[in-house]
Write a protein that binds this ligand. Structure first.
Ligand code: DGI
Ligand code: FE
Ligand code: FE
Length: 213
């Protein structure tokens, strides 16, 4: 399906607000893709479809999860909002004819994140947060951060989500925690490598591990 057909179909499936949110995410994802050297078409399609399962009733979600063999883990059983990511990937594949696995993976993990996210995964995760229709305290700061440093923005957004989950007494999915820990380690490693490169004027990044061993 081309972008126009996807838009038409999605519009008929979603409420106006959710549709506008999806269009907003598509625009933000396109911008971030250019800045990060990611295929713009892929990023736009993934962002457009990321919430295609979000408005299904819980009954329909469970029926479709069964049909498409989406496993529902213990946390998602209690926090059913988490099902729309993995189920959305299956709906994108079977109902919107998307067969690009990088797009499907980005839709799948857009709510929790996961360990080892690709650049595309990160772009979809953060576009969902910063798209132009989103309005929460700190959103402009996060928008600026995302344009400058994708990893820092993803880590910030994961921290924000986790504190919100703690403050509101909800379950934290292991993938949310894994994503946050992974991003923190990645950023710390980058900092250590940059510091070492500056110190030694060397561009051999692995020297940091050799000298600190
Ligand atoms: O679908 P959207 O509303 O556009 O945004 P989303 O898919 O990022 O998030 C949907 C909700 O999922 C949002 O309220 C945050 C929540 N969420 C993210 N990670 C977790 C989570 N909820 C629980 N209980 N546990 C998580 O680990
Ligand atoms: Fe979502
Ligand atoms: Fe969303």
């Amino acid at each position: 399906m081309d972008e126009i057909k996807l838009l038409e179909r999605l519009k008929s499936e979603l409420s106006e607000d959710r549709y506008l949110h999806s269009i907003g995410a598509m625009e933000s994802a396109g911008d971030l893709a250019i800045l990060n050297g990611v295929d713009v078409r892929r990023a736009r399609i993934a962002a457009l479809l990321h919430d295609c399962a979000k408005e299904l009733s819980i009954e329909k979600m469970l029926i479709m999860a069964h049909r498409y063999k989406v496993a529902i883990d213990e946390v998602s059983m209690w926090e059913t909002v988490l099902i729309h990511g993995p189920l959305g990937a299956k709906i994108a594949e079977h109902q919107y004819c998307v067969n690009d696995h990088e797009i499907l993976d980005a839709i799948e993990c857009h709510t929790t994140g996961k360990k080892n996210m690709t650049k595309l995964d990160k772009i979809i995760y953060i576009s969902d947060y910063i798209e132009p229709y989103r309005d929460f305290e700190g959103v402009n700061e996060l928008r600026r951060m995302a344009m400058e440093d994708l990893d820092a923005a993803v880590k910030f957004a994961l921290d924000f989500t986790i504190s919100d989950l703690l403050n509101t007494g909800r379950l934290i999915h292991p993938r949310t925690l894994e994503a946050r820990n992974h991003m923190m380690i990645l950023i710390s490693m980058d900092k250590a490598i940059s510091a070492q490169c500056l110190k030694t004027h060397s561009f051999a990044p692995f020297s940091v591990f050799i000298t600190s061993a």
